[in-house]
Every structure is written in structure tokens, then in C-alpha cells.
Design a protein around this ligand. Structure first.
Ligand code: NI
Length: 224
């Protein structure tokens, strides 16, 4: 399941992050890529060792965590703080799969889901689409500033070359409480269905049955 979530960051926060990144220093993105992704990664990443960038990261992390759709779709157990990437004209990130395991020691996590939160108005740059290789063919994403696309980390994906302007994004990874993407999708659909039943009909016997099934599937699938 690939999910687009609108307005994760409001306009004020987008402006604040962009203003902060305009003052930040950026490094070659290859420094944080796995050995094979390094061959195709041509972008830049904000140096996160400064307090200013650190606070921008937590602003975005908190906004993502506060999204009910993100919580329902990802069921996060652990999360990497976001990284800020920048593509100037001529930069791209060729086809790759994200590392399956990131971090070390207590910070180590299995990447079940990846996300890209767009920070620039799509009209302000050409190219820079995030392209996902799916069983239904290639799918292209270029979302409004503040919106994010959440997708299984198991997919091959790339960022097409930027040919005008600048593309800024926050990228992140999540280990889910529910490892299997098919299970996550079933839980997501049931949660969505039961909320609609509740909104239209209230706490009916049907709502109770769907709630019971959802809770019991969670008991089967959640990793503790
Ligand atoms: Ni990637």
C-alpha cells in the first residue's frame, strides 16, 4: 500500500523548515547511502549535527507522529529522525532499495516503511518526481509542500533528475509493530471502515464486530 497524506506540515511549519534549511550547511548525500545506493545517489543532505537542524528534525518528526493517518497506516514501533535532502538542478537519485536495517546498537531498526515529505511547491521546480516500481508499473509522486508519501521500504524507487529549481524533502524510515505489509493494509482498511460506521451509524453491533475483529487481528500480528 502506498499512501499519500496531505497537510502533514502546515504552511507556517513548511516556511520555518525551509528558512532553517536555507541557513544550514549541506553535505554530499553519498555519505549516508549504502555501498550500492552510493553509485546512483546524487543529492545533498543537511548536516544534522547542528542544533538548528536538530530542532527542524524534531519539528517534522512530531508533525509526522501527530498524523492519525500515518499512525493507522504505519503503526510505528520505532522511527529514525528524518533527514533533509536537497536536489539542485542536475541532481537525481537512481533506482535503489533502502537499507533493510539502519542504525546501530539501541538505535537499530528494521525499515518496514519509508516516507518522503515534500517541502517545495511542485510548480517551483521541474523534474524531481519520486518514482516507485510497483507490480502495477511505475508510479510517480510529486506532492504539494507539506504532504507526504508513505510506502513499503521493500520497493525499488528513484528520484528523477531535477531540471529547474530546487527540490527539498524530509525523508524518514519506520519499523512497524506489524511487519507484514499485507497485514498492515488489512488493519488499515478495518480501522477506516469502523470509523466510517461510527461516524454514520454510531456504536452499532456492526461497529462492535469490526472492532472485535480488528483488536483480535492486532493480537495475532503485533510484535511485542
Ligand atoms: Ni530511498
Amino acid at each position: 500500500m502506498i499512501l499519500c497524506i496531505a497537510d502533514v506540515l502546515d504552511a507556517d511549519s513548511v516556511a520555518r523548515v525551509r528558512a532553517g534549511l536555507a541557513r544550514a550547511s549541506f553535505r554530499d548525500g553519498r555519505e549516508t547511502a549504502g555501498w550500492h545506493a552510493r553509485l546512483v545517489k546524487h543529492n545533498q543532505q543537511a548536516d544534522s549535527r547542528t542544533e538548528a537542524v536538530e530542532s527542524l528534525r524534531s519539528l517534522v518528526d512530531q508533525a509526522v507522529a501527530a498524523s492519525p493517518l500515518f499512525q493507522t497506516a504505519a503503526r510505528p514501533a520505532r522511527q529514525r529522525p528524518v533527514m533533509f535532502s536537497r536536489y539542485e538542478s542536475g541532481m537525481s537519485y537512481g533506482a535503489h532499495v533502502d537499507d533493510a536495517v539502519m542504525g546501530q546498537g539501541g538505535d537499530r531498526l528494521r525499515t518496514d516503511l519509508s516516507f518522503t515529505l515534500f517541502l517545495c511547491d511542485p510548480d517551483s521546480y521541474d523534474g524531481g518526481e519520486l518514482i516507485m516500481d510497483t507490480t502495477a508499473g511505475e508510479q510517480s509522486y510529486k506532492l504539494p509542500a507539506g504532504a507526504m508519501v508513505l510506502y513499503p521500504s521493500s520497493t525499488l524507487h528513484r528520484v528523477d533528475p531535477v531540471t529547474r529549481g530546487e527540490r527539498l524533502a524530509a525523508v524518514g524510515w519506520v519499523q512497524s509493530q506489524v511487519r507484514d505489509p499485507r497485514h498492515r493494509e488489512l488493519l488499515f482498511d478495518l480501522e477506516t471502515a469502523r470509523r466510517r460506521i461510527f461516524e454514520t451509524q454510531g456504536k452499532t453491533p456492526e461497529f462492535d464486530l469490526v472492532s472485535k475483529s480488528l483488536a483480535n487481528l492486532l493480537r495475532m500480528w503485533v510484535e511485542s
